[in-house]
Design a protein around this ligand. Structure first.
Ligand code: ATP
Ligand code: MG
Ligand code: MG
Ligand code: MG
Length: 560
């Protein structure tokens, strides 16, 4: 494709609301355009990358007998009422009413539609198992759309659903999917980790998430180097062991801590370990306000609350609510004035003494706070606390944390939807039984962004070969020079027979062209410049920055 005829609106400056590296680069490289919060158009370069990712996804799905279909995005409320999710799905569901007053939703996921499809069409055990998948835009009215394509309100998902006559059959497909997902994320060149995403013990898990490792990731993974076990921190089964060094009980003392805003800063100031610092956090659980005492490195924002407590129903109380109830600012509550609410803590906090805590006063903290003496605590059963650096429960080494982006999830649904929506099949004895189901999602547009998070440098994107928008970027430095233009034209015509070629034939300054080329990130560049007259061009590799002069007759061999 000739760049003079392309639509690649690259930007010199990054818009300042772009909140992640991939978001910045997608905008800067002219790959996406925001239409509304969390809603984007995919411009030609990103569309090409999406096509490549989708082709890989299709291949891997078809390799495990997945059958592609396309279901409507517009879904009637009746089906959601049948499954019971119409009232429970909440504010993320984009709801609307048609001209006859009938309610609809824009699909955030398709369990209801697929279950209604399959129950009407597949009635015998002989037709099972079956796996159906689609690649389609999904709609979720996210509370906080952010990081560009990483958390959109309209985004592209591959969703697959499998239907089975037995648990064993579901297990087999789940394993196939797990392998297919590993293949997909390997092929798009993501560094990723599959993690356990429910509280089942090792091996007995019903769901895994595939996490692309990236600092920007909103999930935290707990893992050890000594085993394959890795879990979303929401669900990790890692038992804390108290440190006997810190059990001597000293008296509570208030100290001045100028400038201290985070647990880490307090730890640094006091020369203490991060896990000896306690933060208080007040959250609303159902209708109760609950104060959690949390040690170490936790950030008090609502996203983190969700991921650390893992229960969808936990919300931060608003500042006004907290002030109203506690007479205190959020996150700054010391062991005073807390008689109006119940206080909960995990076991690990209870058996630690001489902790440092906020004193409910700016720039003051208490040291030597003792749980039980200075704090009144109760246990909160559902809450398991894990600490970086502590021995894991299975003895496989110290627990490590990493941030991850959830790019996919595989899930054993069981009969949740088939029972509520009466999707039954006749077994060998002619008896009607609910189908056993699995569902499997990949964020296609999120995957594209995750790849950029992992593959870029200061100058722009560095595409892995498997999903690059073009294989070769031919640049004629000065197309006004006949020799250069003619050679570049010729190379373009030749190479486009076997490769996807982007050809910068624009009459822009060389600097502009090189900047754009770095930004767009095609792995291999052929620069036709002054040496064209001698039949020489420059070949440059985007990743290493290496470049070398090559004779035109040897170019084909060099590149192949
Ligand atoms: P998250 O925890 O990030 O909100 P989710 O668990 O709600 O994701 P699933 O219902 O498991 O998402 O959907 C399958 C996949 O779709 C996810 O693994 C993710 O890759 C992708 N996805 C989910 N929500 C979004 C979004 N708002 N924008 C882009 N991709 C998304
Ligand atoms: Mg979500
Ligand atoms: Mg999730
Ligand atoms: Mg998920």
């Amino acid at each position: 494709m000739k760049q003079s005829k392309m639509f690649i609106p690259t930007l010199r400056e990054v818009p300042n609301d772009a909140d992640s590296k991939s978001h910045q680069l997608l905008l800067k490289a002219g790959m996406i355009k925001q239409i509304a919060s969390g809603i984007y158009s995919y411009l030609p370069i990103s569309k090409r990358v999406l096509n490549k990712i989708e082709a890989i996804v299709r291949e891997e799905m078809e390799a495990i007998d997945g059958i592609e279909i396309l279901m409507p995005a517009l879904q009637p409320a009746e089906l959601w009422q049948e499954s019971g999710r119409w009232p429970s799905y909440g504010a993320e569901l984009m709801r609307m009413t048609d001209r006859h007053g009938r309610e609809f939703a824009l699909g955030p996921t398709h369990e209801e539609i697929i279950t209604s499809l399959v129950r009407d069409e597949l009635k015998s055990y002989k037709k099972l198992p079956v796996t159906l998948f689609q690649i389609q835009n999904k709609f979720r009215d996210e509370k906080r759309p952010r990081f560009g394509l990483l958390r959109g309100r309209e985004f592209i998902m591959k969703d697959a659903y499998s239907f089975h006559a037995s648990e064993e059959s579901l297990d087999a497909t789940y394993q196939d999917m797990y392998r297919a997902y590993s293949n997909i994320f390997t092929r798009v060149n993501l560094k990723f980790r599959p993690v356990i995403a429910d509280s089942g013990a090792i091996g007995g898990s019903h769901t895994h998430e595939f996490m692309a490792l990236a600092e920007i990731g909103e999930d935290t993974i707990a893992y050890t180097d000594g085993s394959d076990y890795a879990a979303n921190i929401e669900k990790a089964e890692v038992i804390y062991k108290p440190n006997p060094e810190h059990t001597a009980v000293q008296s509570l003392e208030k100290i001045h801590t100028p400038g201290v805003k985070t647990a880490q800063q307090l730890a640094d100031l006091l020369g203490r370990r991060l896990d000896e610092i306690v933060k208080s956090m007040i959250v609303k659980v159902d209708d109760r306000y609950v104060m959690f005492l949390i040690r170490g490195h936790h950030e008090l924002n609502d996203i983190k609350v969700k991921s650390y407590f893992g229960t969808e129903f936990v919300e931060m109380a608003t500042e006004a609510e907290i002030e109203g109830i506690m007479g205190a600012k959020p996150g700054s509550l010391g062991p005073v004035g807390v008689d109006k609410i119940e206080i909960y803590a995990d076991n690990s906090v209870q058996d630690l003494n001489n902790l440092a805590v906020g004193a409910n006063e700016t720039e003051y903290h208490y040291i030597n706070a003792n749980i039980g003496r200075d704090f009144n605590v109760k246990e909160f059963d559902d809450f398991r606390f894990i600490l970086e650096g502590e021995q894991s429960a299975d003895g496989s080494g110290p627990v490590k944390f990493a941030e991850g982006i959830e790019v996919g999830q595989v899930f054993k649904l069981g009969t949740k939807y088939s029972e509520s929506m009466k999707a039954t099949f006749l077994d060998e004895q002619g008896k009607a039984r609910p189908m056993i189901m699995g569902c499997y999602g990949i964020g296609v547009s999120r995957t594209l962004s995750a790849v950029i998070e992992q593959h870029h440098d200061d100058r722009g994107i560095i595409w892995p070969k498997s999903i690059t928008p073009y294989d070769i970027h031919v640049i004629s430095v000065n197309p006004k020079q006949d020799v250069q233009r003619e050679l570049a034209d010729e190379l373009y015509e030749t190479f486009k027979q076997d490769y996807d070629v982007l050809y910068d034939d624009r009459s822009e300054r060389a600097g502009v062209k090189f900047n754009d080329a770095d930004l767009i990130g095609v792995p291999l560049r052929i620069v036709v410049g002054k040496n064209a007259a001698e039949g020489m061009v420059e070949v440059k590799l985007r990743k290493s920055g290496e470049s070398f002069d090559v004779k035109v007759d040897e170019l084909k061999a060099t590149i192949d």
